[in-house]
Design a protein around this ligand. Structure first.
Ligand code: HEM
Ligand SMILES: Cc1cc2nc3c(=O)[nH]c(=O)nc-3n(C[C@H](O)[C@H](O)[C@H](O)COP(=O)(O)O)c2cc1C
Length: 510
């Protein structure tokens, strides 16, 4: 039964402007966020500074949209409507000035990041047909992103990826045709790549996850929708080009409020999502230093100390508070509950060792993603590809490798990377940042181009390795002895260690 919501004046709302009593006006509704404010991953102060007034503009300027409100906040957080007479009007000249100032800061942060760290200083993004590999997109994406967006997207401290392919080319195989079609959890995909969940897609492009949904369809790959999308789950599902044939998966951050989680899972299923990817590597969001540095430089008050501030907030300082919106108490026994509330396939995203892979089989999940969250969670964690070797060995030894699908993500930038993951036993690979760079540079066509380029590289690798089908790719085509010595850091800004000629906009002068 829906509650009757009260009307509040701006004057009434303005009295609730501290961490211990914190109201926000968002989209002409009044939210009491007191119980959430200390959990906010963006820090207490960003919310408190905007409390007691209309925060819609600032809220949207950081890539947040309406969708986040229903995903993260309990239903009773929305306590009323803003009185119609007060809509879009600042309460006092002082608060109007303050509000304008905070929006102005946000506006300044919206200026392009313009970080072209290697080589040239071009300021325009070249036309799409000039891009020849994923690194081209990495180079130009900052031109289309705000400083804040770039800091958020590029946080992560290194994903290492295995580099050696055996040169033993199979010249006797006919590789005229190469077939890379596959099935992921039984659903068809034009290649062994899926688009992994990344939060706040609007920071890259206004169409955010909607553009990704359309690009996924056009490229014949599957999109994993994030819990923390800029658009709502419903909007992203409705962006499917073909409502009957296009497959989407849903990534879930398990909320400590299980009723909220249950509703979200049900909504995903009702909107046609076919699998639930439960993220298990984020009981707290980690210290993402680029992001933190950006905040220190732009608003030191947010990250200074661990003392209580004058407005009653508990400063988070440099450590992130445990959040209720990602449940740190998630355990193996909870898997049965998920299995009882949904018919979607269940996959655990963020497995990092053989022991957990075996437990995943024991608990009857359909798949696991070996992932270190793109290097954004536990610092110095092993690369997924190293873990893949250990996991496949353990699954084979226990004779259960046919009972679960294994995917891998983190640092996939080349067709050769995909080839190596498949050779070591992965069913498919996920991509995160390459998709976001494509989105930032050229929106939906940019994402499609990133997938096209990876497919073209994989096709070429398969042909050169004498493997016309995915089934022909084998582990003995790689040098895997002492695998931890064959790795290199990938997501640097060093443009593939400068082994390619950087794209220049004026090709006629090259
Ligand atoms: C009122 C103004 C608000 C501002 C200025 C603001 C700002 C920010 C910023 C800058 C981040 C970046 C995150 C990071 O450092 O990792 C962030 C993250 C986040 N915010 Fe807010 N926020 C506001 C309100 C809210 C509200 C009301 C909610 C809940 C409905 C919310 C939910 C989140 C979540 C879930 C994230 C994490 C996204 C992720 O890292 O994946 N925010 N916020
Ligand atoms: C900006 C950004 C946001 C992300 N947000 C989420 C998220 O909300 N949930 C999640 O499970 N993984 C998230 N990830 C991790 C990706 O799903 C994926 O594991 C990772 O990006 C793969 O590494 P790659 O970026 O090197 O391809 C995020 C990654 C990035 C770069």
């Amino acid at each position: 039964m829906s509650r009757e919501l009260k009307y509040y004046t701006l004057e009434e709302v303005s009295r609730h402007n501290k961490a211990t009593d914190c109201w926000l006006i968002l989209y002409d509704k009044v939210y009491d966020v007191t119980s959430f404010v200390n959990d906010h991953p963006g820090g207490v102060n960003l919310i408190v500074d905007n409390s007691g007034k209309d925060a819609t503009e600032v809220f949207e300027s950081v890539g947040h949209t309406k969708a986040l409100l229903t995903t993260i906040l309990a239903a009773d957080a929305c306590i009323g409507h803003l009185h119609p007479d007060d809509r879009r009007k600042p309460s006092t000249p002082q608060s109007a000035a303050k509000s304008a100032a905070s929006v102005r800061t946000a506006e300044e942060d919206k200026s392009p990041a313009k970080v072209l760290e290697v080589g040239t200083t071009e300021e325009t993004v070249p036309e799409l047909d000039k891009f020849i590999n994923v690194y081209d997109f990495e180079k130009y994406a900052p031109l289309k992103m705000t400083k804040q967006g770039l800091a958020y997207y590029s946080s992560g401290k290194g994903v290492i990826f295995f580099k050696i392919v055996n040169q033993n080319i199979k010249i006797k195989v006919d590789v005229t045709t190469v077939d890379m079609r596959t099935k992921i959890l039984g659903f068809e995909s034009s290649c062994p790549i899926y688009l992994s969940a990344t939060a706040l897609g609007k920071l890259a492009h206004d169409d955010g996850e909607l553009a990704i949904a359309r690009a996924a369809y056009n490229s014949g790959v599957i999109q994993m929708i994030p819990t923390l999308g800029s658009y709502s789950l419903e909007e992203i599902c409705n962006a499917r080009v073909d409502k009957t044939s296009q497959v989407q998966f849903f990534q879930l951050y398990v909320n400590a409020n299980r009723e909220l989680t249950r509703k979200l899972v049900k909504t995903a299923e009702a909107h046609g999502c076919k699998a639930l990817f439960i993220t298990v590597d984020a009981p707290q969001l980690a210290r993402r230093e680029r992001d933190m540095r950006f905040k220190v430089n732009t608003n030191p008050a947010n990250v200074q100390s661990n003392q209580s501030s004058s407005n009653g907030s508990t400063q988070q300082g440099f450590s992130k508070a445990l959040s209720s919106f990602i449940d740190p108490s998630l355990q193996w026994k909870d898997i049965a509950w998920f299995q009882s509330i949904t018919n979607m396939k269940i996959v655990l995203k963020g497995i990092q060792c053989a022991e957990d892979a075996l437990l995943a089989v024991k608990h009857g999940v359909d798949g696991i993603v070996l992932s270190n969250h793109g290097g954004r969670q536990l610092d110095t964690s092993r690369s997924s590809i190293e873990v893949l070797v250990e996991v496949m060995d353990a699954l084979k030894r226990a004779r259960v490798d046919d009972r679960i699908e294994v995917y891998v993500d983190g640092g996939i930038r080349r067709g050769t990377d995909i080839f190596k993951a498949l050779a070591l036993g992965a069913k498919a690979v996920g991509i995160g940042r390459p998709m976001l760079w494509g989105l930032a540079c050229h929106g939906q066509p940019g994402v499609q181009k990133v997938i096209d380029l990876l497919k073209a590289e994989l096709e070429s690798t398969m042909r050169l390795m004498g493997t016309p089908t995915l089934a022909a790719i084998r582990k003995d085509m790689l040098v895997v002895d002492d695998i931890s010595h064959h790795v290199t850091f990938v997501p640097t800004n060093e443009l593939a260690s400068q082994v390619y000629t950087p794209l220049k906009p004026l090709t006629s002068k090259m």
